[in-house]
Design a protein around this ligand. Structure first.
Ligand code: MOS
Length: 746
């Protein structure tokens, strides 16, 4: 494995996406665009109540409607076996089986599916199904249930107990000379990828092919196989392109097995696409949180105590449990000897919450980093200086050294690029004409997750290479970055390498979540390409006809697609020469990347610093973010263009969280009143200023062979706090309740 590659390294280069042209020309087929003959269309019927049960359900009129092929409800739907969730190797989001009974847990819960010849016929007939309900008053607000909060069954963020203590919080508070104690709240938020969830299903006897918009093809396969009682080999899940996901496609939601049931019942391929309104009720959301932060510090700003406690909502027990892990980052972000965390859940009729871009860290850093800003004012310290005084030189929770950490450099670089020195610390001191100007900052952080992954590399006789892993292209640039990595390992031009993904026929890949794809799948790709390279070079060394016969591997250098002898450049041949001479059409090698997480010697996290400038109309309370700078230490950057795009996207989403996004539920009916893109406000171009993301040079020898930490989620963390802190600086008003809408400032 010691072959030297002297090549024009493409990893890191801001190359264009390999699939960019396919996407902009419409040639890329998403899960709702699979051209299949004789396809039928499914439309879901959602419950109009949020709690209670179905009293009567009459499909007779709907059945006679033109084009209708079948209607499935809890009265006639075939029963599925248990659908495995993450805990049991699958991807199902909910424990409850779809259409299993007439009990209603939340508004929009699917109570039936209509299959018809056309989409319009299915949608029309769905409206003709007559339903009466036994209605119970829905419980949809967190505050009224505070007293009924319970300890979650599962771990917080898969690793932490619901109640934790480091040191002694009471002693820490007793030592404190200054104390900040505040409660911060964040609303329910919904993922709104451009591409709605979509599933196209084909049955051939007992073989099932599913084209599904998913971040976890293998999880969907396992859940469907078990649910339908067929072997996993009989299920193929394909997803070549995803039009955004952000966590809502990390699980399998119940429309997927319903589409499969629908296709089986009409013996035709079936396509099921969620409406935008259904995107708000059927595929999870970020749970609402209420978080209390208590900080104790010395007069010079050193933390003596840090408590982070609060509640978030989940659905009723029969459906499942999801805990928004908002305390997780608090464990490791600052050096504080005395730490207490506590999380409770309340059960609401709002359906199942789920992962949404940096679950936990997004709302958690809003609360913690707002409180830090409050402490900075209390001890009259610059917010960056306060954070430097509490910098964690090692992971205070795991008591492990960091694999790498560039947070101090992120503060320095971010402050320089932003012009932090120009900030007058006095609130309400900076103006531009009649507008109030504010500058705020916050720390960003996200863990490095690594999940077992496999990959296969196949070299063709012409020397070109195809690398495969059943991973996902969510728009993050996976296909591009993996090809860059493979090209560099093989020392061949980027154009001669193709990376294929999104199919359970390929080597097994994990869920594309937790910003873990580069670290996980990348390690497998690196391993597989090294293995195929070694195989081919070994063929040359054992072949008398090769100029490399009996040459040791370390004397073989690969340069620009050619293998040359280290000391004698007249000795050279190409991969293609070797394969041709052996009469091989192809050579393959696979690699299984495993990570021993139990035996970690280092704590692995990314860090960053976020800086926001706001301009506020003092009469109208309108907040505009005018500039945003983020500086990040995320290990090696695989492609500057796609990595930068991830940061831009994360910051945009963070600005949405700070100022716009709020899923509003009507307390009487339990219905979401803004389940559309007109009234659920995601930032649009007019809301987004110049965003400048920077990456600090960071070498991490421990995370994986590439030294890459992953860049998907850190971008959103700290953004809402940076904006909220800027709003305070501009106005002198601390808004502890997201989103920061004009009414809260007046
Ligand atoms: Mo991400 S919320 O782990 O898809």
């Amino acid at each position: 494995m010691n072959t030297q590659v002297k090549n024009n390294i493409v990893t890191g280069k801001p190359l264009d996406r390999v699939d960019g042209r396919l996407k902009v020309t419409g040639a890329a087929h998403y899960s709702a665009e699979i051209p299949l003959p004789n396809i039928a269309y499914a439309a879901l019927i959602g419950s109009t109540i949020a709690s209670g049960s179905i009293k009567s359900l009459d499909t007779s009129v709907a059945e006679k409607s033109p084009g209708v092929l079948a209607i499935l409800t809890h009265l006639n739907a075939p029963k599925l076996a248990k659908l495995p969730t993450f805990a049991t190797g699958g991807a199902a989001a909910e424990n409850r089986l779809p259409l299993s009974d007439g009990t209603i847990y939340h508004s929009g819960q699917y109570i039936g599916v209509v299959i018809a010849d056309t989409f319009e016929q299915a949608t029309h007939a769905a409206n003709l199904v007559q339903v009466t309900y036994e209605q119970k008053p829905p419980v949809t607000d967190l505050e009224s249930q505070r007293e009924r909060a319970v300890v979650p069954k599962g771990k917080i963020g898969m690793t932490k107990d619901a109640d934790t203590m480091r040191g002694n919080i009471e002693q820490g508070l007793a030592q404190a000379e200054v104390r900040v104690e505040q409660t911060y709240t964040t609303p329910t938020e919904n993922h709104n990828p451009m591409e709605p969830h979509a599933t196209t299903v084909v049955w051939e006897d007992d073989k099932l092919t599913v084209y599904d918009a998913t971040q976890y093809t293998f999880g969907v396969r396992k859940s469907l196989a078990d649910g339908f009682g067929i072997p996993e080999e009989n299920v193929r899940v394909i997803c070549h392109f995803i039009g955004g996901a952000f966590g809502c496609k990390g699980n399998m939601w119940s429309h997927v097995p319903l589409a499969a049931l629908a296709a089986r019942s009409v013996r035709r391929p079936v396509k099921l696409v969620l409406t935008r309104a259904q995107m708000f009720t059927g595929v999870g959301h970020r749970a609402e949180t209420e978080q209390k932060i208590t900080l104790g510090a010395t007069k010079d700003g050193r933390l003596t105590a840090l408590a982070h406690k609060g509640i978030s909502h989940t659905c009723e027990e029969a459906v499942g449990e999801f805990v928004e892990p908002f305390t997780v980052a608090t464990h490791m972000l600052y050096a504080c000897p005395n730490l207490q965390t506590s999380q409770r859940i309340v059960r609401l009729n709002k359906g199942q919450p789920t992962f949404m871009r940096a679950p936990g860290e997004s709302p958690g850093t809003y609360a913690l980093e707002s409180a830090l800003d409050e402490l900075a004012y209390a001890v009259k310290l610059d917010p960056i200086e306060l954070r430097l005084r509490n910098h964690a030189d090692i992971d205070p929770d795991a008591s492990l050294p960091w694999s790498s950490k560039s947070l101090k450099e992120c503060y320095r670089l971010g402050a320089e690029k932003f012009g932090w020195a120009q900030r007058n610390p006095e609130p309400r001191s900076m103006r531009d004409g009649r507008y109030l100007i504010g500058m705020g900052m916050a720390t960003a952080t996200y863990p490095v997750y690594r999940l077992g992954a496999t990959a296969m590399a196949r070299m063709m006789q012409d020397g070109s290479v195809v690398v495969q892993s059943g991973s996902h292209e969510m728009g993050t640039g996976t296909a591009t970055v993996m090809a860059q990595l493979a090209a560099d390992v093989l020392g061949m031009p980027f154009e001669q390498v193709r990376f294929e993904l999104g199919d359970t026929k390929m080597p097994r890949a994990p869920v594309s979540g937790g910003s873990a794809t580069v670290a996980s799948v990348g390690t497998a790709v690196e391993g597989a390409t090294k293995a195929v390279r070694a195989k081919v070079l070994a063929m040359a060394r054992s072949d008398q006809r090769s100029p490399f016969y009996n040459v040791v591997e370390t004397d073989m250098v690969i340069q620009d697609g050619k293998i040359i002898h280290k000391d004698d450049t007249t000795k050279s041949e190409t991969y293609a020469d070797i394969l041709k001479r052996q009469n091989l059409t192809q050579v393959e090698a696979s690699f299984d990347a495993k990570f021993d997480e139990a035996n970690k010697k280092f704590s692995m996290h990314s860090f960053g610093a976020q800086f926001a400038e706001v301009r506020i109309d003092p009469d109208l309370g309108e907040v505009r973010v005018t500039r945003f700078v983020g500086a990040f230490g995320t290990g090696r950057i695989m492609n500057y263009k796609t990595a930068r795009s991830q940061m831009l996207g994360g910051i945009v989403m963070g600005i949405g969280m700070a100022l716009h996004e709020d899923t509003v539920t009507d307390r009487q009916t339990g219905r979401i009143v803004n389940a559309n893109l007109g009234e659920y406000h995601v930032p649009v171009n007019a809301d987004i200023p110049a965003i400048e993301p920077y990456f600090v040079e960071e070498i991490d020898p421990h995370v994986n062979p590439m030294g890459a930490k992953g860049v998907g989620e850190i971008g959103i963390t700290g953004v809402a706090a940076a904006v909220a802190n800027a709003v305070y600086h501009a106005t002198g008003k601390r808004i502890r309740d997201l989103p920061i809408t004009p009414d809260k400032l007046l």
